[in-house]
Design a protein around this ligand. Structure first.
Ligand code: SF4
Length: 254
């Protein structure tokens, strides 16, 4: 089993530092991405999960020591610069888990106030306190990326204890209870590439138990069959039911 708490400790040790009262994280690149109609994107190093279909595993999510140390002000400046030049209305941090050392991201959100800041997170670190901090930021939209449709699928995908799947759902609950409007300020994404129809129904029910509107705004994710992702899935013994080729064409595996 992979322990997310241990991974968190390692990321905090090797990929986070505090200097002069500023929290720094490591970043490998800044880019304009087509996703979501165009979004300025920073790729951050370090994650507290090890998903078996992660597209970022080689360069950011599974590593600790790559990239350039940046304070939140520099991250916000670079994102805003890309957004301004490309005419985007949104910015985000991708590639790893952005809510490790949350003070860093919260400050970057505050310094990007003229843009919607999409917080793409696995949600595991969102407790009630952090949910309140996120809900207090009018330009923050939180996208919780669920790893599978059920706790069992989560365990298969991440090799981490299934209890963390419930933490992902709890994150959505905390954010809704903190005043974020479901489907507008907070919404679930879900990796359903390994999910049976029956399990997808279970997920819809679990989300409806948090708020009845949530099943209507699941952002469905499928595995993108990049060669390095296929290689990772092989080593983890994962075979998706549904996937997408790198050129965007759906690929049905079984
Ligand atoms: S949570 Fe996201 S970034 Fe982290 S390993 Fe999973 S897919 Fe990759």
């Amino acid at each position: 089993m992979i322990d997310p708490e241990r991974l968190l400790e390692l990321v905090l040790r090797y990929a986070v530092k505090t200097e002069g009262g500023e929290v720094y994280r490591r970043y490998t690149r800044f880019r304009a991405d087509r996703w979501c109609g165009g979004i300025a994107t920073a790729d951050v190093v370090g994650c507290n999960l090890r998903c078996g279909m992660c597209w970022a595993w080689r360069n950011t999510s599974f590593v600790f020591t790559a990239g350039e140390w940046l304070p939140p002000g520099e991250v916000a400046d670079r994102l805003r610069d890309i957004a301004r030049r490309r005419g985007f209305e949104q910015v985000r941090v991708s590639g790893g888990e952005p809510l490790i050392a949350p003070a860093h991201l919260l400050k970057a959100i505050d310094l990007s106030a003229e843009y919607t800041f999409v917080v793409e997170t696995n949600g595991i670190l969102i407790n009630r306190q952090l949910a309140k901090e996120l809900a207090a930021r009018p330009n923050a939209v939180v996208r919780i990326s669920l790893k599978g449709a059920t706790a069992e699928e989560f365990e298969k995908i991440t090799m981490s204890p299934s209890a963390y799947f419930h933490k992902q759902l709890d994150a959505i609950r905390h954010l809704v209870e903190s005043g974020m409007k479901p489907c507008r300020d907070v919404y679930p994404a879900a990796m359903l590439g390994f999910s049976t129809d029956e399990n997808i129904k279970k997920l819809e029910k679990a989300l409806a138990d948090i708020h009845p509107v949530l099943p209507q705004c699941i952002d469905v994710e499928y595995v993108i069959l990049y060669p390095h992702v296929v290689k990772l899935m092989k080593t983890r013994g994962l075979t998706p039911i549904r996937a997408v080729r790198p050129d965007g064409v759906p690929a049905f595996m079984v």
